[in-house]
Design a protein around this ligand. Structure first.
Ligand SMILES: [Zn+2]
Length: 70
């Protein structure tokens, strides 16, 4: 039971996209965050919380263009 599953679609996780199985699932998750799909326990307003990633990862290019396709 060492196989991790994608939290989005429950397929086997891919190391390159962990904890997801694909870039698409990772983008879905990111999109949820950006659109407020996730509720942060004990903190309805997370604005100004200090979690600011200014060009840090580099693994998540702007996906807005892809989202317009579907
Ligand atoms: Zn997935």
């Amino acid at each position: 039971m060492s196989q991790a599953l994608c939290p989005q679609c429950k397929k086997p996780m891919q190391e390159a996209y962990r904890p997801f199985c694909s870039k698409r699932c990772a983008d879905v998750d990111l999109h949820k965050w950006l659109t407020g799909g996730y509720v942060i326990p004990g903190g309805a307003h997370a604005e100004g919380d200090g979690e600011d990633e200014t060009g840090g990862e580099g693994g998540l290019p702007a996906a807005s263009a892809e989202w317009d396709e579907d």
